[in-house]
Write a protein that binds this ligand. Structure first.
Ligand SMILES: Nc1ncnc2c1ncn2[C@@H]1O[C@H](COP(=O)(O)OP(=O)(O)OP(=O)(O)O)[C@@H](O)[C@H]1O
Ligand SMILES: [Mg+2]
Length: 247
């Protein structure tokens, strides 16, 4: 569903921030992108919905290349940014969730149904008339996820979805991510907090200074990950499975 072929990108200043990055994530998988600060995770995510176009190589989503099918790719990929405030546009919680489906030019009853369903799914139905900027950080994160869910994308990419969330916030966001996967979505998540999601992941991709240094099943990649500035979950360091945050 997602395929990168020899992707290189430099922000135009001569320093490669992604170099020779190639991988594929099959439809319906949950993949995690890990790496130290500045390793290129956000830059990579921005390539998947075509916010950035590669200077070398190509990015394919559902067989479509971001360079020559940008509109079609954007319809397929929902992106949840690290800073929810940057993504909130509506005057009320409901209007914010409706914004995406409205841009898809769906009929009003369909939009209203999707908004209700998405707000129910993230537990924000009771706040639908509230101004988004009065929500807590965790609630804003869930609101941006609802906005993406309402567009029913085939692929969802989330940038640091667990940052600054408490236990219940992590659990709620994790449930949404698993619900997206259960609905058939392909999901790509960047995180520094591997222990919060790794037990649910099909694939781990490890970036180091813009290069993909490992990719595969998490169990194979986790040992030795700390040399790349990513904390290995305590459980796997002791040879045990990581406990899910949902139980
Ligand atoms: N708009 C930009 N212009 C120039 N350089 C940039 C820009 N955005 C990021 N960079 C550089 O690209 C590199 C990768 O940044 P990126 O944000 O992708 O890292 P990251 O892995 O997401 O880091 P973090 O864990 O801190 O979120 C960094 O060295 C950064 O300074
Ligand atoms: Mg980042």
């Amino acid at each position: 569903m997602i395929r990168l072929e020899n992707v290189g990108f430099s922000y135009g200043n001569g320093q490669w921030r992604l170099k020779d990055v190639s991988f594929a994530v099959p439809a319906g998988e949950l993949a995690i992108v890990a790496g130290a600060n500045g390793s290129g995770k956000t830059t990579l995510l921005r390539h998947i919905n075509g916010l950035l176009l590669p200077e070398e190589g190509r990015v394919l989503v559902d067989g479509l290349c971001t360079r020559n099918a940008l509109r079609e790719v954007r319809r397929r990929v929902g992106m949840v940014f690290q800073h929810a405030d940057a993504q909130i546009v509506g005057e009320t919680v409901s209007e914010d969730v409706a914004f995406g489906p409205e841009n898809l030019c769906l009929p009003r009853p369909e939009i209203d149904g999707r908004v209700r369903e998405a707000l129910d799914a993230v537990g924000l139905a009771h706040k639908r008339h509230q101004r988004p900027h009065l929500l807590s950080g965790g609630e804003k994160r869930r609101l941006t996820i609802a906005g993406i869910m309402a567009m029913r994308p085939k692929v969802v990419v989330l940038d640091e979805p667990f940052s600054s969330l408490d236990l219940f916030g992590v659990q709620q966001v994790l449930r949404q991510i698993l619900a997206l996967k259960a609905s058939g979505c392909t999901v790509l998540v960047t995180t520094h907090d591997l222990d919060k999601i790794i037990t649910h992941a099909d694939r781990l991709l490890l970036l180091h200074e813009g290069r993909l240094v490992a990719a595969g099943p998490p169990d194979h990649i986790l040992p030795g990950i700390e040399q790349f500035g990513v904390r290995e979950p305590d459980a796997t360091r002791c040879g045990m499975p990581v406990r899910s945050w949902l139980n």
